[in-house]
Design a protein around this ligand. Structure first.
Ligand SMILES: *[C@@H]1O[C@H](CO)[C@@H](O)[C@H](O)[C@H]1NC(C)=O
Length: 330
């Protein structure tokens, strides 16, 4: 009797283990195929990219007419990429040649793009020490006129990325930049063909990040790195100022764009790879979904809350060699 019962329980145990195994295997297969779809996310074909670029230079930028127009076709076709673990962590031999007040203008040709790169920042010195030299080394090869604006929240209140981007955009638009790139400080581009300019439609640039196994997590994502015309930024009245803490403001911005029928495009994965620098996770905004729902319920939200309603205690602009510093006390 004893032997028979234990034989039965053994069979039962085996079945339970089999069941668990099958369930896990099915889950893994589903997960594989569901993420596989976004691995091959929809994008602009590489051949048409050049025809879709927003060729616009800042009108206050004086072009020395003697130089020929810069060429971009070769950059878009570059196949040079580095692997995420090849990204340098120190820049002892960094040269700041050509950089003035955070900006750069190629000296052998006349650029046809002016781009303001806006970075919302607080208390990430170690990342900044990699970001600035890495980006200048990367961008100076692209034949573009660009300027890096580091917008820093200089208070102890909860981090508000929406306000920082709005203040940065205001300064860049005042400096007559026709194109803005909203850029996380912890993301570095890996593909040399990833040309840092605007297209006629906003472009989500960081579609393929190593942190997410180079897979696009969801199709309406615009967070990370986003390039858009200043006129589109103004049209949707910038970002909401109501998101405090980590998360939400980017998905809300995605909604703002689609509510204005502005389509967001991406480039092929081979041009859109990024590495994310490690950092401790910020405190999440537990109210982010509530705020987003509130915003989307009222069609007048975009008019009431955004670039035109950004309030802060003080703001100052200081020029450094590698960046234009915009200090904001919220
Ligand atoms: C750089 O910034 C300084 C101080 O803000 C300013 O005096 C100078 O004219 C700027 N240089 C250029 C080339 O814009």
């Amino acid at each position: 009797m004893m032997a028979k019962r234990s034989w039965k329980t053994r069979i039962l145990k085996l079945r339970v283990i089999n069941c668990i195994f099958v369930v896990l295997a099915v889950k893994a297969v589903i997960k594989f195929f569901s993420t596989y779809g976004y691995y091959n996310y929809p994008h602009l074909p590489a051949e048409v990219i050049e025809t879709q670029l927003y060729k616009q230079i800042s009108p206050i930028f004086i072009t020395p007419k003697s130089k020929p127009d810069c060429k971009y076709d070769g950059i878009l076709k570059k196949e040079l990429s580095i692997l995420n673990w090849e990204v340098p962590k120190t820049f002892d031999d960094f040269s700041a040649a050509g950089l003035v007040n955070g900006s750069y203008i190629p000296d052998h040709c006349t650029p046809i793009f002016s781009v303001a790169i806006i970075v919302a920042y607080r208390n990430r010195q170690r990342q900044l020490d990699i970001f600035l030299p890495y980006m200048h080394n990367f961008l100076r090869k692209q034949n573009i006129h660009y300027r890096i604006y580091l917008v820093e929240q200089q208070d102890e209140k909860i981090f508000n990325k929406g306000i920082l981007y709005n203040v940065g955009a205001k300064v860049a638009i005042r400096d007559k930049f026709p194109c803005l790139i909203l850029h996380d400080v912890d993301l570095l581009p890996l593909d040399e063909s990833n040309l840092y300019v605007c297209a006629n439609e906003p472009r989500h640039m960081s579609a393929s990040i190593d942190k997410f196994r180079f897979v696009l997590p969801y199709d309406y994502l615009v967070g990370g790195v986003l390039a858009l015309k200043s006129e589109h930024y103004i049209q949707v009245n910038g970002l909401s100022n109501r998101f405090e803490g980590w998360g939400g403001e980017d998905d809300d911005f995605s909604w703002r764009l689609s509510s204005q029928k502005i389509n967001v495009i991406r480039y092929p994965r081979e041009m859109s790879r990024y590495t994310m620098l490690r950092h401790p996770q910020e405190r999440k905004n537990t109210r982010r979904r509530t705020v987003m729902k509130e915003n989307q319920r009222d069609p007048a939200t975009i008019v009431k809350d955004g670039l035109t309603s950004t309030r802060y205690t003080s703001m100052h602009v200081n020029n450094h060699r590698l960046f234009t510093h915009v200090g904001v006390v919220v």
